[in-house]
Design a protein around this ligand. Structure first.
Ligand code: UDP
Ligand code: MN
Length: 347
């Protein structure tokens, strides 16, 4: 066994030395080592020509690298960052993703925000707009965002009583998070400089987001769309494409004739389109299930203009997960006994 190994090492060493020598000979052997007499002038010409050729090669290779990184940037921003870092190239401008998240005080709120943060921290050029459904910004969310490590904007607006979901009222009866998303859009239009490109995404606090969906949505020109898992009483809902690869209808059982029969988590809008239709917002008075459509209709987009992502809408990269309300039976008992758990411990 050892002998075989030693022989192999000797062979490899021999191979390296001999190949290295050949390469050295070839590389040092310019026109001067040919038997033909070469005058000083033609020698200089030869090297000048060689230098030009090498320069052209380098330029071509640089161009190729630029094209690769630009393509990567559009599709896989995070990967492009890594490539740029390795190559020591400054990353070109990529559109910022503005994720608008409505949120409200409840036992699971902090856990939801932690889960979201730990996804969003992996997304480059990302700005989180967190909008509390409350009269005032809460301590919990303020502190949380300060320590999140994310670029963020903290806003708040309380849903008017007429539209506020009552405790124990079925969640589908009223649209949720509408005013919050709308003031998020207001903020973006008022604060992001005109020259900057962006993509707006409505990211509810209880959903589950793969990193890939952010890479994909960064390419949005007007409105991009993709499937959403665990929604509409189905395993998934998704846009259906025609032979030309354009959206023709939606795979959904509930109200399939809605203008845009998709969930909030299933589309992103370019900042450019919002700037072109600066008054387009979600309509809180719209019929049940029509909130998404209310915005998209105002944005003046046609079904054929939608940009299908996630491999022609065949992959689920976002899930409309919902968090179970925790059971606090024992906590309630302790409260009635006048011995609630330590309120200084934030959950
Ligand atoms: N939301 C809110 N105020 C409420 C209820 C919900 O701001 O009174 C937020 C919630 O945190 C989430 C979004 O609105 O980010 C959608 O609410 P939910 O997830 O309950 O809706 P569903 O998943 O049932 O569509
Ligand atoms: Mn939800």
């Amino acid at each position: 066994m050892r002998r075989i190994l030693r022989n192999r090492i000797i062979f490899i060493a021999y191979f390296i030395v001999s190949t290295g020598s050949i390469i050295w000979l070839v590389s040092t052997c310019g026109p001067g080592c040919t038997t033909e007499h070469v005058g000083g002038d033609s020698m200089a010409d030869y090297y000048k020509h060689e230098l030009e050729r090498t320069r052209a090669n380098v330029r071509q290779t640089e161009k190729k690298i630029r094209t690769i990184t630009q393509t990567l940037n559009k599709q896989y921003a995070k990967a492009a960052d890594a490539v740029n870092e390795i190559l020591g190239i400054e990353s070109p401008q990529i559109p910022t993703i503005y994720a608008i998240t409505p949120t409200y005080t409840r036992p699971v709120q902090k856990a939801e925000l932690v889960r979201l943060t730990q996804t969003f921290l992996h997304v480059s050029n990302f700005h989180w707009i967190v909008v509390e459904d409350s009269e005032r910004k809460t301590q919990l969310v303020s502190r949380f965002l300060t320590n999140s490590g994310l670029p963020y904007t903290h806003l708040n607006v309380k849903t008017t009583d007429e539209y506020k979901l009552k405790e124990n009222e079925a969640s589908w009866r009223k649209p949720r998070g509408v005013d919050q998303r709308n003031i998020g859009v207001d903020w973006i239009l008022e604060n992001v400089p005109q020259a900057e490109e962006g993509v707006v995404y409505f990211a509810d606090d209880d959903n589950t987001y793969s990193l890939q969906i952010f890479d994909e949505m960064r390419t949005t020109q007007k409105v991009s769309v993709w499937p959403v898992g665990l929604v509409g009483g189905l395993r998934f809902e998704r846009p259906l494409l025609n032979d030309a690869g354009k959206v023709s209808s939606w795979y959904t059982v509930w109200e399939p004739n809605r203008p845009f029969a998709m969930d909030m988590a299933g589309f992103a809008v370019s900042l450019k389109l919002f700037r072109q239709q600066p008054h387009a917002r979600f309509d809180i008075t719209s019929r049940r299930g029509y909130v998404e459509s209310s915005l998209l209709v105002q944005l003046g987009i046609r079904k054929e203009d939608l940009e299908p992502l996630a491999e022609k809408c065949s992959k689920v990269l976002v899930w409309h997960t919902r968090t179970e309300k925790p059971k606090w039976k024992q906590e309630d008992k302790l409260i009635t006994l006048g011995k609630p758990s330590d309120p200084r411990i934030e959950v």
